[in-house]
Design a protein around this ligand. Structure first.
Ligand code: ADP
Ligand code: ASP
Ligand code: MG
Length: 816
């Protein structure tokens, strides 16, 4: 005989019940079956809500009951032939009258006991199972209703009653030996105590009913039919890429469900496990899907082939309770006393950790039990607290547990290191750790707000070695920004296929508007964006990134704004990587620069700004590599401004200086304000950054800047600047002629030597390394301890949106 159980969603409405009917027809054609059903989806919740309203003397309960009655009446009309409906409509009405009477009693008393709660809750399964029997009988099936409440005997712990297995099994066996119908339908969840008061087996308890029946008659198989295709590698509501687990051992399934995998009610595994009955979890809405087989442990030889972990589960509303004190060291029985208290107070201990010093013990419990637990500790340990041997219980709430489960973990090393490593890299703080002695699970307690992120990160690490999701937040959609976005879309497929990385643009902002999408803004959405969305604000952009709390996040600053760097620190503190094209942060005062770098290091994330110098050229990366390998930079000579190089390469007297500068701006080489380039400020910032990266704590003011630009050009607006340039044409021409007279050319250079930096215009002779620089090229000539004779030279295009964007792109890839 097989036992089938259908959950609330499977019997939510007539349409779903017809699917259930098909499955029942198919299975019963192969042999006798017992079918356990839940209440219609949401009905248990609603019945309890109504009772709670009534006890608070809130008349809203009436409306809830009315809706529930309608729902059941409607089901009768949908499932049962018209001519037969009236007796079933009366059946529903009669029971709703009883339910309403119970509620008006609660309303009058203003009190709701667990005993009455169970009486009310048990109507859900009672009604659903009866209506399904009626339907199947009208379909001509040989079907009988079995009242589980009469057969399953429990204690009087209402709402979570404990089953007396011996009597219950005997009752079920006796009943089924006398009733030989092809299909027996039984309400799940409900039972009775010794005095025949209705009790229930705990929320989700219909699974347990089915398992008890299966064990009682040594069933051939137990099938749990639900709304997902089996037990999955993680809660599918949190992890969209969760996959069904094909096979899992009873113990693994028990661990996963104990730590929150709602698909199976934890106590329901024990009965079938004790009789070695296979348990299948199947999807009512996709019956052809394989589902999950829960059975005995696989032999070691087969397990070897399996993955280390089978699943990840999570549980919210957790509180940590810590008991500590010098009095706990070496004194036996403290934990025993604690657990005795908890057991008497019926407080479920979910997880325990104890430091090896025995100085403290930490316990995870459900938040709803906090008050009771605190009272128990304070009374059980009153003397110890008085004598200061133990401190009063310390309580932390707002937490969750995330557990990785797998029989195979005990055979492999490094699982916990991998788990903690990837949580740490995502800024998820671990409050407590526990590893079951069976080594079948490793659980961590974290802040509840990090749950989604943690489960996804771990899922990616343990189950999707294929693809890593990266979330980008891009600030700035100008020249470089829009090129970067195009490059990301163009490269996405390649990255997925070759590097197994999926780059999602999860947020985008310019100075006017910002948009977000956790699943990634598609190329089409970006093209159609049209600057709809929220009003942009740098602070709000940061707050939004922080509150979304997505894993593997990178903030990309492609602005020249001095506001944007102000949010770096708060992002780094959340372990969000930063890639900045904006050079303001790295060239601001030394302490700020240093603090950002340290914050990144302390929070396991990266702060990269390669494109601050030489656009896409590997300048900073080269310095970092040299230093890491023990070299030391002794001097640098460089041409670092694509703009100035372009300007002096093209200014040959045939056009005015002003015209050449305007062309550089049009072609996108200059900073938004070209005066930053022309005044040498931009070059000074760059050599400053290179000096700092080389290990010298230089400040901007210490850089000598021999400007070639007349003072007046720096005043007023950008248009005014061009007018001034035209006015000073003679000045620029004189600079050119003085170089030409020596057969040299003009180059704006930067130099760093003996700890000092300077920038300015120089006459460069044809033999110099700096001479053959064309267009917008940059060059950096490094002398180091190792490169003392022949320098190390980095040279190439040092400006332009396309190459800068590709440098930013490379930094993004490095940062993750
Ligand atoms: P039923 O009403 O059929 O008993 P439940 O709602 O109790 O169904 O359990 C099924 C739900 O459990 C799924 O819809 C899913 O959202 C949730 N769930 C949580 N964790 C898991 C997991 N690891 N595998 C499958 N489902 C899970
Ligand atoms: N109807 C009960 C509940 O919602 C039992 C179940 O569905 O398993 O908790
Ligand atoms: Mg369930």
């Amino acid at each position: 005989m097989k036992i089938l159980k259908f959950g609330g969603t499977s019997v939510a409405n007539a349409q779903n019940i017809l699917l259930v009917e098909n499955i029942i027809k198919k299975e019963s054609s192969k042999g006798k079956i017992v079918v356990t059903v839940s209440a219609l989806h949401g009905v248990t919740d609603q019945l309890i809500h109504a009772a709670e309203y009534a006890s608070a003397q809130d008349e809203n309960y009436l409306q809830i009951l009315k809706n529930l009655e309608e729902k059941h009446l409607y089901l009768v009309k949908e499932l049962i032939p018209i001519l037969e409906q009236s007796s079933w409509l009366s059946f529903v009405k009669k029971h709703f009258n009883d339910i309403e009477d119970l509620h008006s009693g609660i309303f009058a008393l203003g009190e709701l006991t667990n005993r009455v709660k169970d009486k009310i809750a048990s109507y859900g399964e009672f009604l659903s199972s009866n209506l399904i029997v009626a339907r199947l009988q009208y379909e001509g099936l040989d079907c009988l209703w079995m009242n589980t409440a009469d057969l399953i005997k429990t204690d009087s712990n209402f709402t979570n009653a404990k089953v007396n297995i011996d009597i219950t099994e005997k009752n079920i066996r006796q009943y089924l030996s006398h009733h030989k119908n092809q299909i027996i339908i039984a309400p799940g969840f409900i039972a009775q105590d010794e005095k025949n008061n209705p009790t229930t087996l705990g929320r989700g308890g219909s699974d347990y009913t089915a398992s008890i029946i299966a064990a009682a008659i040594q069933a051939e198989e137990l099938q749990i039919w639900t709304d997902v295709s089996g037990m999955m590698t993680a809660d599918p509501r949190l992890v969209s890429r969760a996959k069904s687990i094909l096979e899992i051992s009873y113990h693994e399934a028990m661990e996963l469900s104990h730590f929150g995998a709602k698909v199976l009610y934890p106590p329901s595994i024990q009965p079938v496990m004790s009789k070695n009955i296979n348990l299948k979890i199947k999807n009512t809405f996709a019956p052809e899907d394989e589902g999950t087989l829960v059975s005995h442990q696989l032999p070691d030889s087969e397990k070897e082939q399996q993955q280390v972990a089978v699943g990840i589960s999570n549980m919210n509303n957790i509180a940590l309770l810590t008991l500590e004190g010098s009095g706990m060291v070496g004194i036996p029985g403290i934990s025993a006393k604690l657990f005795q208290g908890f057991s008497q107070g019926e407080i479920n201990v979910i997880l325990i950790t104890q430091g090896s010093s025995e100085h403290s013990i930490t316990i995870a419990i459900n938040e709803k039990d906090v008050l009771a637990a605190e009272n128990i500790i304070n009374s059980y340990f009153a003397d110890d607290i008085d004598l200061k041997r133990v401190s009063p219980a310390k309580i932390e709430t707002g937490l969750s547990i995330v557990a990785i489960v797998g029989e195979n973990m005990k055979n492999r090393s490094g699982v916990s290191a991998k788990m903690f490593g990837c949580l740490g890299n995502n800024g998820i703080n671990i409050r407590a750790i526990a590893q079951g002695s069976s080594e079948r699970n490793i659980s961590v307690v974290i802040s509840e707000k990090d749950t989604r992120k943690a489960v996804n990160v771990l899922h990616e690490e343990f189950f999707e070695s294929e693809i890593k999701q990266v979330h980008l937040y891009i600030c700035g959609t100008g020249n470089v920004g829009s090129k970067l976005i195009q490059q990301i879309y163009a490269q996405n497929q390649y990255l997925k296929e070759n590097l197994f990385i999926n780059l999602r643009i999860a947020g985008l902002s310019n100075s006017r508007k910002m948009i977000f999408s956790d699943h990634g803004i598609s190329e089409k959405e970006y093209i159609d964006w049209n600057e709809n969305g929220q009003e942009a604000s740098v602070r709000n952009f940061a707050d939004e990134i922080i509150s979304r709390n997505l894993r593997n996040s990178v903030f990309v600053d492609i602005t020249a704004s001095s506001e944007v760097p102000k949010i770096y620190e708060s992002l780094l503190k959340r372990s969000i990587n930063i890639v900045a094209c904006n050079k303001i942060a790295a060239s601001s005062d030394f302490d700020t620069y240093k603090k950002l770098k340290n914050t990144a290091r302390n929070h396991n994330c990266n702060f990269y700004f390669e494109t601050n110098v030489g656009a896409g050229l590997p300048v900073i990366g080269t310095i970092n590599d040299l230093i890491k390998s023990g070299d030391q930079i002794t001097s640098m000579q460089a041409v670092l401004s694509g703009t100035l190089n372009f300007v002096f390469n093209n200014y040959d007297g045939s056009r005015t200086f002003s015209e050449v500068v305007a062309q550089a701006q049009q072609e996108g080489y200059t900073e938004p304000d070209p005066r930053l380039d022309l005044s040498g400020t931009d070059v000074a910032r760059k050599i400053l950054i290179l000096a700092r990266e080389s290990g010298y704590p230089l400040q901007f003011e210490e850089i000598e800047n021999i400007s070639f630009l007349p003072e007046e050009c720096m005043q007023g607006s950008v248009e005014n600047f061009y007018e001034q340039l035209t006015k000073y044409e003679d000045h620029f021409k004189a600079l050119l002629l003085s170089a030409q007279k020596e057969d040299k050319i003009l180059k704006y250079t930067a130099e760093f030597k003996e700890g000092k930096a300077k920038v300015g215009l120089q006459h460069v002779a044809p033999g110099s390394d700096l001479f053959h620089l064309y267009g917008k090229d940059n060059i950096v000539i490094f002398k180091t301890l190792r490169y003392s004779e022949q320098p190390l030279v980095v040279k190439g295009a040092g400006a332009g949106a396309e190459v800068t964007a590709s440098g930013v792109f490379a930094d993004i890839m490095r940062s993750i």
